[in-house]
Every structure is written in structure tokens, then in C-alpha cells.
Design a protein around this ligand. Structure first.
Ligand SMILES: NC(=O)N[C@@H](CC(=O)O)C(=O)O
Ligand SMILES: [Zn+2]
Ligand SMILES: [Zn+2]
Length: 425
């Protein structure tokens, strides 16, 4: 079984685009050269489109088990494939949360049966994500847990977090944190900034996140564990991570496309599609996130794809759940609003979606070169269209970007040498 990609554009180490042919054989990238003659297998004429290593999203919510009305492994991973992602890491805040070996075994079975792309399942740090008792890390790891997180809630007690980190450090596991101090949420749905003020509502202050990051980097230092911060959103948080990295602490962090693209001034009205956790912060915060990516404080981009049903998102804003979808719009939005505007280079953007997340977690993937598993995505950088949530493969249509014009749409996604999604099919 072989597939030959003809006339593709590949990014070089220096960030230049060069024309190459790429031969995939038995699931492996067999050869990359200027010209490869047609053989017995299929030929795909890329016609100058960008061929990249498949994108890696280490923060998605697939909602199975228990949340199938919002998303399933099948629909979420099809959405991933449509967005050019070949690997996603799924969050364990399902119903019930993935906190025991048995639940992990069942989840792995469902992944095997229904996933369209690679899925790396996270397990919970604490039983029921309740913050009071650690899960059995070793047993969960044995069943393929990717790392440990209570995403959806912060681990409230420093003592519990320290225990988790010490245990993780012993075995070389990663602790991944949603940072949110429950005593500082303030009953808010939006950031404690201009939007909340204009609407006379209470907001979630930045310290709600940053105090927990500051606490955790010190715990990471004392325990020696690899500590990763989810969806970093405020300028103080970026500073805390920057200082920690300078001090030699093993901390990494991710930022979402929506926190890079939007701030609270962009929220048009009390609209649940602009409600997510952490909230869209101020203009200065958005600027700090972009700077943090550019100076290496922020390691990579992850979508925090968080689908909810139309019914849930039609509730009044304070009753609607937090979260927005992101898999099918991440690349075109970032390409259009950052690369085309000269803020990021194409190489930087692709690295933040491929090799950078892989490196942060020591995954042996992320670079397009001979010998790798053929996880590839083909992108039409010229195609421009309006985002239309009704066409999403995801069950979740909850996006603040509906109607936005964006360029750079994936047209084909391959995992392990198999085409898992192709435009028009
Ligand atoms: N990001 C969100 O707003 N929501 C996530 C939870 C989370 O990522 O914290 C969800 O599970 O819906
Ligand atoms: Zn979270
Ligand atoms: Zn999340």
C-alpha cells in the first residue's frame, strides 16, 4: 500500500516553503525528495498545497462517556481530522470522570472502536476530580493514561497538589493543571474587566488563575515534577511562568486560539458563545499571551475544544456552561489573523501545533521527515471562506467565530498512512 503526494509545499527548518514529493508506504513516510516517480500506488496531486505533519492538540473534550449529546469520540475525532489534527489528548472530566483503571480500560476500548485520529486519554488527578484523594497513577498509566489532570476544576489544596506532584515526579509522569481558585471565582461568567463593568455584573479576576499558577510552580520546584498549565489567559500568569522557567523549574504551558484572538472588549453582548473558562481577559492580557508565545514562555497552542448542546448554550448566560469548540477553526483563524498579518510566521504557527506540544510531553512525533508514521495534513493556504458552525462535524456548534472570514483550510488528513478525512467526503 503506497500513496504518493506530488507537488506539495513543505516547510524547511528555516521556514521556507519548498516543493517536494512525499511517498508514504505501509503507514510510514518512506521518502521525501524533489521528484519521485509514480509507482504502483495512488497519487495525490497537491498542486502546491502545504503538506505538514498532522497537528497535535493536547487539550480537547470528547465528552465520552456520559456527555454524548455534546460530543462523542467519533464526532470529536472527525472534527479533529477536519481541522488537520492527527493526535488529540482527551480530558477526563467526563461523566463519570476517568479516575480508575476500569474506566480507562473502557475508554480505551471506545477509542479503539470509534476514533478517527490518535487519542491520548488523560486520567484524573483526584478521585471524582473532587480534590480530596489521589487516583492510582500507576494503574492508570499501565492502561495508557497520557498524563494527569483535573481539568474543569482547579486542585484547591496545595497539600493535595504537592502529593500529586511528588508521586508524578517519582515515575516521570506529568501533572497538567486547570488553575482556578474557587474562592476567587466571584460567581462570574466573564472576566472582571470592561465588559463585566459595562454590564454591571461581577467578573472572574485574573488572580483566580495566577495565584494557583504561582503556588504550583513552587510546588513543581520542590517536587521536581513536570508541571503543565492549561489554557493560560492572563498577563500575570504569563509572568509567573516566565519567572519560573528562568528559575529552571520544569513548567510548560499552552494557550488557546480564542485567548489569542479575542479579549473582553470584543464580546458583543451577554452571549454564551463568548463564555468559556478561563474567560476572555483584557486587551493587555491578550497582548501578553502573544508576547509569551513569541518569547517561548508559552510552549504551544491547544484548542480546549469544549462542545456543548444548543439547548445548554441557549440558556441565560449565567446558567449556560463554560466552553467553546475549536478543532475545526483553529488553523484557519490563526493563519489568517496572525500569519497573514505578519505577527507569526507560518513556521512558528505550524511548530506550535506540531513539534512544540510533542516536545513538551516527550512524544516521539511532530516533525515531517523520512521514517515517521505518516500523520499528515494537507492545507489549502489560498482557500478563503466564512466559518459556518452548521457545517461542523463536531456536535458542538458553540463558537464565537461564526461568520468570520478565514483562509487556510485543511483538505486532507492522514493518520498512520490512512486517509481519515478528505474534503467533500
Ligand atoms: N474550558 C471550558 O470552558 N470548559 C471545559 C472545562 C475546562 O476546560 O476547564 C468543559 O469541559 O466544558
Ligand atoms: Zn480547564
Ligand atoms: Zn478543558
Amino acid at each position: 500500500m503506497s500513496i504518493l503526494f506530488k507537488n506539495a509545499q513543505l516547510l524547511t527548518e528555516e521556514g521556507e516553503l519548498t516543493k517536494r514529493d512525499v511517498l508514504v508506504e505501509n503507514g510510514i513516510v518512506k521518502q521525501i525528495s524533489e521528484e519521485i516517480a509514480d509507482g504502483a500506488g495512488d497519487v495525490i496531486d497537491c498542486n502546491g498545497k502545504l503538506l505538514s505533519h498532522g497537528f497535535i492538540d493536547l487539550h480537547v473534550h470528547l465528552r465520552e462517556p456520559g456527555g454524548e449529546a455534546k460530543e462523542t469520540i467519533a464526532t470529536g475525532t472527525l472534527a479533529a481530522a477536519k481541522g488537520g489534527f492527527t493526535t488529540v489528548a482527551s480530558m477526563p472530566n467526563t461523566k463519570p470522570p476517568i479516575d480508575t483503571k476500569e474506566k480507562m480500560i473502557n475508554l480505551q476500548k471506545r477509542i479503539k472502536e470509534t476514533a478517527k485520529v490518535r487519542v491520548l486519554p488523560y486520567a484524573a488527578i483526584t478521585l471524582g476530580q473532587s480534590g480530596s484523594e489521589l487516583t492510582d497513577f500507576d494503574a492508570l498509566k499501565e492502561e495508557g493514561a497520557f498524563a494527569f489532570t483535573d481539568d474543569g476544576v482547579g486542585v484547591q489544596s496545595a497539600g493535595m497538589m504537592f502529593q500529586a506532584m511528588k508521586k508524578a515526579a517519582e515515575k516521570g509522569y506529568s501533572i497538567v493543571a486547570h488553575c482556578e481558585d474557587n474562592t476567587l471565582i466571584n460567581g462570574g461568567s466573564f472576566h472582571d474587566g470592561v465588559f463585566a463593568k459595562n454590564h454591571g455584573i461581577s467578573g472572574i479576576p485574573s488572580v483566580c488563575e495566577s495565584v494557583q499558577i504561582a503556588r504550583d510552580v513552587l510546588l513543581a520546584e520542590a517536587s521536581g515534577c513536570h508541571y503543565h498549565v492549561c489554557h493560560i489567559s492572563s498577563k500575570e500568569s504569563v509572568r509567573a511562568v516566565r519567572d519560573a522557567k528562568k528559575a529552571g523549574i520544569r513548567v510548560t504551558c499552552e494557550v488557546t486560539p480564542h485567548h489569542l484572538l479575542l479579549c473582553d472588549e470584543d464580546i458583543p453582548e451577554l452571549n454564551p458563545n463568548f463564555k468559556m473558562n478561563p474567560p476572555l481577559r483584557g486587551r493587555e492580557d491578550k497582548k501578553a499571551l502573544i508576547e509569551g508565545l513569541l518569547d517561548g514562555t508559552i510552549d504551544f497552542i491547544a484548542t480546549d475544544h469544549a462542545p456543548h448542546t444548543m439547548e445548554e448554550k441557549s440558556l441565560e448566560v449565567d446558567k449556560a456552561p463554560f466552553g467553546i469548540v475549536g478543532l475545526e477553526t483553529a488553523f484557519p483563524l490563526l493563519y489568517t489573523y496572525f500569519v497573514e498579518r505578519g505577527i507569526f510566521t507560518l513556521k512558528q504557527l505550524v511548530d506550535w501545533l506540531t513539534v512544540k506540544p510533542a516536545r513538551a510531553f516527550n512524544l516521539d512525533m511532530g516533525e515531517l521527515k523520512e521514517g515517521i508514521s505518516a500523520d499528515l495534513t494537507l492545507i489549502d493556504l489560498q482557500e478563503e471562506k466564512r466559518i459556518d458552525a452548521s457545517t461542523f462535524a463536531s456536535k458542538g456548534k458553540n463558537t464565537p467565530f461564526n461568520g468570520w472570514l478565514a483562509k487556510g483550510w485543511p483538505v486532507l488528513t492522514m493518520v498512520d498512512g490512512k486517509i481519515v478525512w478528505k474534503r467533500g467526503e
